[in-house]
Design a protein around this ligand. Structure first.
Ligand code: PLP
Ligand code: COI
Length: 339
């Protein structure tokens, strides 16, 4: 393993070319056995459905270096399941959980020098994706597909990591009822770029989307789910068919209930009733837990706990979640997979 020249503590969430990526090709009804390659460019037909009709989906998960120097994945089976559910939604062939997890492990092992050391706060982010390729012109599913996994060492997604950030309510919608909001498909993110840019230009970390039907309920952040904590020790998170079923969110619901004895509810979160929360956060693989200082809605900034300090419950949730991910806290059975 040759050492790499990276200042781990300065990493943000940016692409760095690592040495190997995994590629598997689907043709005539089956995936080939896949292999590691060095080239980070993919040659595909100019007419591929991934380029024209958004027939593609992706995942995000992380590899963590433990105190003992081992490397582990957090709930990769859940990412495999969600990728398959995205594939079903946009007519792409599913990939076995076994091949998905094996591909992730191969990429981590082959790029081990890029897996940040324990204690640096940085992690190795894996980006599996599946795209429609091959010649095609009409609007229909592709004749061939590629499944690729690459990995990148990353620091915090939102600047400051566990420092609170502010979000603004987007004037655009991210997903429609019965649309593709629950699938991790690129089109959802293309549709969010403008709202994201407006939010960034106005000094916010990102936009928060409301439900497209009534524009009264919080759905999720552009790249993370939302949760709030009430004074009655409740962990509340939006219930919606058009948000991404966040693996971090479901893990936090389990932690809130079983490690912190909070009452956990998935329910409507009305944007004009944010007073009920004494703390709020954004959660996701890239975001981990990012405390929400405030949310701007109707030109007013609603501040939860504080714009500068992390609330005590958010802090506990973070400590337990990251403790499990880095191997310091015993997690529920099956959550940790050694590489
Ligand atoms: N919501 C959106 C739109 C996301 O892009 C992500 C990131 O994957 C999440 C939520 C969080 O999901 P997870 O916790 O599975 O990473
Ligand atoms: C993730 O957290 O894995 C995401 O996909 C969020 C974003 C980088 C798209």
């Amino acid at each position: 393993m040759k050492p790499v020249d990276i200042n781990w503590s300065e990493l943000g969430f940016n692409y760095i070319k690592t040495d190997f990526r995994y590629v598997s090709h689907w043709k005539d009804g089956k995936w080939d056995e896949g292999k590691l390659v060095e080239d980070n460019k993919i040659a595909i037909s100019e007419s591929a459905t991934a380029l024209h009709y958004g027939q593609q989906c992706f995942e995000g998960l992380k590899a963590y270096r433990t105190k003992e120097g081992k490397i582990q994945l957090f709930r990769p089976d859940q990412n495999a399941k969600r990728m398959n559910s995205s594939c079903r939604r946009i007519l792409m062939p599913e990939i076995s959980e076994e091949q998905f997890i094996d591909a992730c492990k191969q990429v981590v092992k082959a790029n081990e020098a890029y897996v940040p050391p324990y204690g640096s706060g940085a992690t190795f982010y894996l980006r599996p994706f599946l795209i429609g390729v091959g010649d095609n012109l009409g609007v229909k599913a592709a004749p061939e597909f590629k499944f690729v996994v690459f990995g990148v060492p990353v620091g915090p997604y939102f600047k400051g990591g566990m420092a609170p950030v502010n979000f603004m309510i987007a004037e655009y919608d991210r997903a429609a009822p019965y649309g593709t909001g629950a699938a991790k498909v690129g089109g959802n993110y293309a549709g969010s770029l403008l709202a994201h840019k407006i939010a960034k230009d106005r000094g916010f970390a990102d936009a928060i989307y409301l439900d497209p039907q009534t524009h009264t309920k919080i759905e999720e952040v552009g790249a993370a789910n939302f949760f709030g904590i009430t004074a009655d020790n409740e962990f509340i998170t939006p219930k919606s068919e058009s948000i991404l079923p966040s693996i971090t969110k479901y893990s936090l619901m389990h932690i809130a209930e079983n490690y912190l004895s909070l009452k956990v509810k998935e329910e409507d979160v009305f944007v004009d009733k944010l007073d009920r929360f004494i703390e709020a956060g954004a959660c996701g693989t890239a975001a981990v837990i990012t405390p929400i200082g405030g949310i701007e809605y109707n030109e007013k900034l609603h501040v939860f706990h504080s714009e500068t300090e992390v609330g005590p419950v958010t802090r506990k949730l973070y400590d337990i979640l990251s403790g499990i991910q880095f191997g310091e806290v015993e997690g529920p059975e099956g959550w940790i997979v050694e590489v």
